[in-house]
Write a protein of this length. Structure first.
Length: 178
């Protein structure tokens, strides 16, 4: 469902896939080839949400903001795993956020990083680029490997392909050229 809030309607390019049980509300702008999967909520009601190109928001995710202080900004080629909560944080390019992770207000995740499943990243945490972050509360454990970085890129590419398949099955081509 795409829903206007306070006169602001989400901006979603035709190349994106938003599954019909997903909810996208208010001041949300998605980049090309993004996807929002089953029962995901992207709620840009009291602040804005920006999502870069080829980013996927998987099943049961909750993306929200904090009034006046913390928008949600997500870069390109980001994978947001099942049941993740992102609240008023910044996720740079080529990051994989593992299933069930929670990232709170003001946290910043540097590019080319992996946030482990179930990690809790508390308010204001600054994670340097190319970090593997694990635990609750989460800590940087080590730099990511080249193999892990390839896996992050592959995940984003796979979800662009999955979205194209779902759009094709629904009879919508949506101008996919990828």
């Amino acid at each position: 469902m795409i829903r206007t809030f306070q006169g602001i309607r989400p901006t979603i390019p035709e190349s994106c896939f938003v599954e019909e049980t997903a909810v996208v509300i208010g001041d949300v702008a998605m980049g090309d080839y993004c996807s929002a999967w089953f029962n995901a909520v992207i709620r840009g009601d009291v602040n804005y949400i920006r999502i870069g190109e080829r980013t996927n928001v998987q099943d049961l995710c909750m993306l929200h903001v904090t009034h006046d202080t913390h928008p949600l900004i997500i870069g390109n080629d980001v994978t947001i795993g099942h049941n993740v909560v992102l609240h008023g944080c910044t996720i740079h390019d080529r990051v994989l956020v593992g299933m069930g992770a929670i990232i709170m207000d003001g946290a910043v995740i540097g590019e080319d990083s992996v946030v482990g499943a179930g990690a809790l990243i508390v308010e204001g945490t600054l994670v340097p680029p190319k970090s593997l972050i694990l635990g609750s509360p989460a800590r940087v454990k080590r730099p990511v490997t080249e193999k892990e970085l390839a896996w992050v890129r592959e995940s984003a590419e796979n979800y662009v392909r999955y979205a194209r398949q779902y759009l094709s099955d629904s009879g919508k081509n949506a101008g996919f050229k990828v």
